[in-house]
Ligand binder design. Sequence first.
Ligand code: BMA
Length: 320
Amino acid sequence: MKRCLQNPLITRSDIPNVKPYLVDASSVFNPGAVRWGNQTVLLLRVQNRGRETFLLPAFGDDGINFAVATESIQLRGMEKLDCRAYHVYDPRIARIDESFYITLALDTDMGCRIGLAQTTDFRHYDFLGMLMHGDARNAVLFPEKIGGEYALLYRPNRSRLDGGIASGSEIELAMSDDLLNWTPREIVMSGRFHFWDEYIGSGPPPIKTRRGWLHIYHGVATHFATSNIYQAGVVLLDLDNPGKVIGRSRYNILEPRELYELIGQVPNVVFPTGLVPAHQPKDGFLDDDTELLLYYGAADTCVCLATTSVRELLEACEEI
Ligand code: BMA
């Protein structure tokens, strides 16, 4: 992956003061990203000095320079929840037909849950509900139905990392008729203990190529005991049966190397959450030459961009 020379693209100093809660922001990271007309939209995870979480949209036409909105988004319908969501974070955006669906992590008293929101204009957002009941994070929707059903990848939290954070080493597939009621189907992939991706979770929603669904995920290496290393890798899933892995990168494709990735609120973190093709395919399949823009959080402190191509990701998936 090639880091953008303008990295970090968005830092705390780019966040406008949104009185009374969001003044002098502490950090901005893990953005959802999607192309909308001629613009790229980012949905930024922003924290204030109370370590409270806000989601702010940012808009730009060149994929590099963004104007951050002066208001955090409000999710209509959150009051339907029968529990308090302390933090709503790590948005992933999938376009299905003319709607944008946003999968979210919700920190509640029962643990972490997956939430779903919808927008068509990035001004009004509806909270549709919580998906599934168990502790889970890192949910991403496929951008179209597969075999007549919606498809979702998610990562159940069945382990605890040093430091107490709930994590997991399996990405699973669930299917649904209505986007709200999901049936777990199968484990798609597991972490590789002792190597770069011991604990894993989905990054941005998968993208469609003729060879399969390309999916960027994050892997956590814990074997350096005092410091977890968050990296990015890629996997290729079967087009008709997305529970089947066709290829997987042996090496990570992006790891913390630059100072803005090595040092910050949480050191040693690249956390990919948004993937935007530079050109939209006409027939639904991305060509091998298509440039891809990967937006990621660095050290849980700022937003960065690295680029690659469909071809390079497909080649990385042949490493095993
Ligand atoms: C994960 C999530 C992410 C975060 C990452 C690194 O477990 O909580 O939101 O960026 O840890 O701290």
